[in-house]
Design a protein around this ligand. Structure first.
Ligand code: NAP
Length: 314
């Protein structure tokens, strides 16, 4: 669909077909995919580009005023690649090819390697995002326009990756959520449908240099489970899983995932970074971010795939 360009601001969204939702110009490797087609039908200008091709990104970025940038480090984890993700050259493209750029939001994650002082080195899907942030920071003209978003655990993980995050029906009729960390430590959980766009918009509006934690709610796993069980009218309990047990659930990712949980338990999701802000602090500075909650998210979801009795232990 050809849209009127004129002088309108252009927001370019990398990973437009990912689970975070917002609009305008989306980048995809495959314009024919179902999601890309759906976005086009919604009136979003979709461009084909690849993070591996600087030329394709330069075309997509050349007239951008705002950029939401991300890289899909999940490709590491689910393909069980043991080496850090290739640093895509395209991530630095905006510095030289976007004269109209006002703000870039880099969707990052805290680096366990950095915050643990080298104790945890295998959480490469987190570390590589922070490595790219360092590249951005080394370019003064880009750093001056960049803010960072650290998105918490996707609230949809229980549905989309039930083998890792879903409550499971045990033989005593109780749904059990078993993760390799304490259930009593608050972690940021993110309702992407409800909040992702609001967080990025707030970062576009605020002065650059902010690091915002994408947290709909700081909540413990045990409390999330209590809300989930109450909504679904079932009994549930939280149990700390052993690392070996958890690792066996998805082949090939054991070291990365068990270190991720160990890091978060020991250092907290942000590793103790004192510079981060949460949505509440941004609200206090006068920028509006509407509130939502895990309870609302749970109520909105269809849990039948889990309540249908998946028992992953059998
Ligand atoms: N799950 C969580 O709890 C969590 C929490 C915080 C952060 N994250 C991070 O969020 C990121 C995205 O996860 P998701 O589950 O939302 O993603 P997803 O649904 O798997 O989508 C991945 C996106 O990346 C795009 N992409 C991948 N490789 C690309 C390439 N070479 N060039 C251009 N685009 C490319 C894909 O576009 P096309 O396929 O259309 O080309 C797609 O839009 C991951 O890096 C993950 O680490 C996840």
């Amino acid at each position: 669909m050809q849209r009127q360009r004129s002088n309108a601001d252009i927001l370019v969204v990398l990973g437009a077909t990912a689970q975070h939702n917002f609009t305008l110009r989306g980048i995809t490797r495959n314009l024919q995919s179902k999601i890309a087609q759906e976005l086009q039908r919604m009136g979003i200008e979709m461009l084909e580009a690849n993070l591996d091709s600087l030329a394709s990104l330069s075309k997509a970025f050349s007239d951008a005023t705002y950029i939401f940038a991300t890289t899909d480090s999940n490709q590491n984890i689910f393909h069980a690649i043991q080496h850090p993700e290739v640093l895509h050259p395209g991530q630095t493209a905006p510095a030289v090819t976007t004269p109209k750029l006002r703000r870039m939001v880099w969707s990052s994650l805290p680096s366990p390697r950095k915050w643990s002082g080298g104790l945890y080195t295998k959480v490469t899907m987190f570390d590589t995002k922070d490595d790219i942030l360092e590249i951005i920071k080394a370019k003064p003209e880009l750093q001056a326009k960049t803010s960072t978003l650290l998105v918490g655990f996707y609230a949809t993980n229980a549905l989309n990756v039930p083998e890792l995050y879903g409550p499971r029906l045990e033989s005593d009729g109780v749904y059990e959520l078993a993760l390799p960390m304490s259930g009593e430590i608050p972690v940021p959980m993110a309702d992407l449908d409800s909040d992702m766009g609001k967080w990025v918009k707030a970062l576009f509006e605020a002065a650059p240099g902010l690091t915002l934690v994408g947290s709909t709610e700081l909540i413990t796993w045990a409390e999330w489970l209590r809300l989930w069980a109450k909504h679904n009218g079932v009994s549930a309990r939280y149990r700390r899983a052993s690392t070996a047990e958890y690792s066996a659930r998805v082949e090939g990712i054991s070291d990365a995932v068990s270190e991720e949980f160990a890091f978060i338990e020991q250092y907290g999701f942000t590793g103790g970074d004192k510079s981060v802000v949460y949505p509440d602090q941004v609200r206090q500075s006068g920028i509006t971010i509407e509130r939502s909650s895990m309870e609302e998210h749970i109520a909105r979801c269809d849990w039948s795939s889990i309540l249908g009795g998946h028992n992953f232990t059998s």
